[in-house]
Design a protein around this ligand. Structure first.
Ligand SMILES: Cc1cc2nc3c(=O)[nH]c(=O)nc-3n(C[C@H](O)[C@H](O)[C@H](O)COP(=O)(O)O)c2cc1C
Length: 338
């Protein structure tokens, strides 16, 4: 595999993300160019690793750029490779110049930053900059379109989870009503029930601080959290058991402690749904809000339904309307120009 320098070109919505030692970093909406080099073994194969991470979002962040690759607010639009044996990474950064995100990706050199901001698609500029350094750049466009996000390219997904052990119970019904609004607007949704899943409890071992992932294996938590990591909006629903969320939902929440240390869920939006027969639903919603705020989700609101037997919540017209309304709110957020 060739060695050389490369540029990853992202479009993004305005957002704030935790970036390792840099703390919380505010990103302007628009385009960003990340400049890197791949002179070690494997050469420019490193670029395919970035591409894979941006699609699968299946590994915890290691480098600063991983925060962008893992964030639903950023979309990787172009890959540009400049095969060479010399280390031209900093030279490319200087040639491109302009506004940058201070200290991003530049901990091992004296550059101010290796992440540059642009208000419009900088692909041509990157190609020209590489050519001016005597390179023969090769570009791959992954997602076409002029926009800086949303409809034009960010892979949107709204994941709805019902934590009830009643597969067709009241929580399932309300979560699905929210998702149906979103689906009808053409946005991709995924519904997950925890009823038939094994979610083991957090054992408090704290190993996740080192491993950056939950060390408990052989259950369904990992495959569900992968979907959550890849989503834009999480709709989490739970029945009310003794004035709080039920055990299955709580196990699911507790295991996300493994993602809390480096705020891997931050930046996503969330909706809470709770159903009770009589009392305690508000407290169940508060538990969910606590989970969302700890992980730095932005909270879009909650839906509280009343119902006892499975399906009864559909008679609670106010709750059904509230679920529809919050579904529409998600649509307006993800499709602001419609
Ligand atoms: C173990 C258990 C505890 C419950 N605790 C409460 C409660 O504290 N307050 C309440 O109003 N309803 C309580 N309920 C009733 C459920 O919240 C209610 O039936 C709800 O609709 C179940 O939602 P689901 O159909 O999604 O499972 C409890 C039910 C069970 C089985």
């Amino acid at each position: 595999m060739d060695k050389g320098v490369y540029a990853l070109v992202f479009s993004n919505r305005p957002c704030t993300l935790p970036v390792g030692g840099l703390g919380k970093v505010r990103f302007r909406g628009g385009w960003h160019i990340y400049i890197g080099s791949a002179l070690g073994p494997g050469g420019l194969a490193r670029v395919s690793r970035h591409f894979h991470l941006s699609r699968a979002r299946d590994r915890p962040p290691r480098w600063h750029v991983d925060r962008l690759l893992l964030s639903p607010s950023f979309t990787l639009r172009h890959l540009v490779c400049g095969p060479c044996d010399a280390d031209l990474e900093c030279a490319l950064r200087v040639t491109l110049g302009g506004e940058s995100v201070p200290s991003f990706g530049s901990s091992d050199c004296s550059c101010v930053s290796h992440l540059l901001y642009r208000p419009a698609d900088p692909l041509e500029e990157v190609m020209e900059a590489m050519s001016s350094l005597g390179l023969a750049p090769r570009s791959t466009t992954l997602i076409k379109g002029k926009g800086s996000g949303g409809k034009m390219g960010v892979p949107m997904q709204v994941v709805g989870i019902s934590g009830s052990m009643r597969k067709e119970g009241n929580t399932a019904k309300l979560v699905r009503i929210v998702l149906d609004q979103v689906k009808d607007a053409g946005i991709k949704t995924q519904y997950i029930t925890l009823a038939d899943k094994v979610i083991k409890p957090c054992i408090g071992c704290e190993n996740c601080k080192e491993e950056r992932c939950c060390i408990i294996k052989n259950d369904d938590w990992h495959k569900i959290i992968e979907k959550v990591l890849a989503c834009e909006v999480l709709v989490l629903g739970s029945p009310t058991y003794y004035y709080d969320v039920n055990g299955q939902t709580k196990n699911f929440i507790d295991r996300t402690y493994s993602l809390y240390h480096d705020r891997q869920l931050a930046g996503r939006r969330a909706v809470g749904v709770a159903v009770c027969a009589d009392k305690g639903g508000k407290r169940a919603l508060q538990t969910m809000e606590g989970f969302f705020s700890s992980h730095e989700f932005s909270y879009l609101g909650g839906v509280l339904g009343k119902g006892y037997l499975a399906g009864e919540v559909l008679e609670n017209k106010a709750a059904v309307q509230a679920a529809e309304k919050i579904g529409q709110k998600i649509v307006r957020l993800l499709r602001p120009h419609d």
